[in-house]
Design a protein around this ligand. Structure first.
Ligand SMILES: [Zn+2]
Length: 215
């Protein structure tokens, strides 16, 4: 079982890595990790520069109430989205919210990323849907994203960004990278003006069966 300190270390390490991978810019983006008992969440602070972020800047909040348990800042303004996702998906412990440029460009187009790569089945669970626009930080945004993530491990947030989840924070982070990768490849394919083909339906069905995914 991870200690609070180890949870905060994982949040810090994944956050700094995601920032250097340009999954978000400025002080946008936020990451969180829930404890095993489902009581506490380590989460990035609100509007804090990544260049200065250290272990003591990572916040710990109560999963149910959002009350600060540890830390000297305000938790990420998207803490409601993180905790709503976790409450709706007990298998999820890690949540990564990015504004990665290719994925966010499809969120702006309000266009899902169809099933074009076989990795999308294994990492995401299928295509990458877009959830409706809701105000950042609102309860409604959390509810919409949680509903969209029912059968997926990632989605786009209309006119905003992307979110990926996992049973660990490393897994959620890796999935956020695959979201950006799929969006980049889709964008490049579309830019040729050629017709983008999806994975043949039969093959997709066979892969879903192999991976134990719902239809
Ligand atoms: Zn955001």
């Amino acid at each position: 079982m991870l200690t609070l300190r180890e949870m905060k270390e994982l949040v810090l390490e994944n956050t700094l890595r995601a920032y250097s991978q340009e999954l978000f810019a400025g002080t946008s983006g936020n990451l969180s990790l829930r404890d095993e008992e489902g009581k506490l969440v380590a989460i990035t602070p609100s509007s804090f520069p990544y260049e200065k972020m250290g272990l003591d800047d990572i916040m710990v909040i109560d999963l149910e109430t959002g009350a600060v348990v540890e830390g000297k800042h305000r938790p990420s303004s998207e803490w409601r989205m993180h905790t709503t996702i976790m409450k709706g998906r007990p298998d999820v412990r890690g949540v990564v919210h990015t504004h990665s440029p290719y994925a966010t460009s499809f969120a702006v187009l309000c266009r899902p990323i169809p099933l074009i790569l076989i990795e999308m089945l294994g990492y995401i669970g299928g295509d990458i849907p877009v959830c409706e626009f809701e105000l950042p930080g609102s309860e409604a945004l959390g509810t919409d994203v949680a509903a969209t993530l029912k059968n997926r491990n990632a989605c786009l947030m209309r006119n905003h960004g992307a979110v990926a989840v996992g049973s660990t924070l490393d897994q959620a982070h890796l999935r956020a990278i695959y979201v950006e990768d799929a969006a980049k490849i889709y964008s490049l394919a579309l830019s040729t003006g050629g017709k983008v083909e999806l994975i043949p339906q039969e093959a997709a069905e066979a892969m879903k069966k192999r991976l134990g995914l719902p239809d």
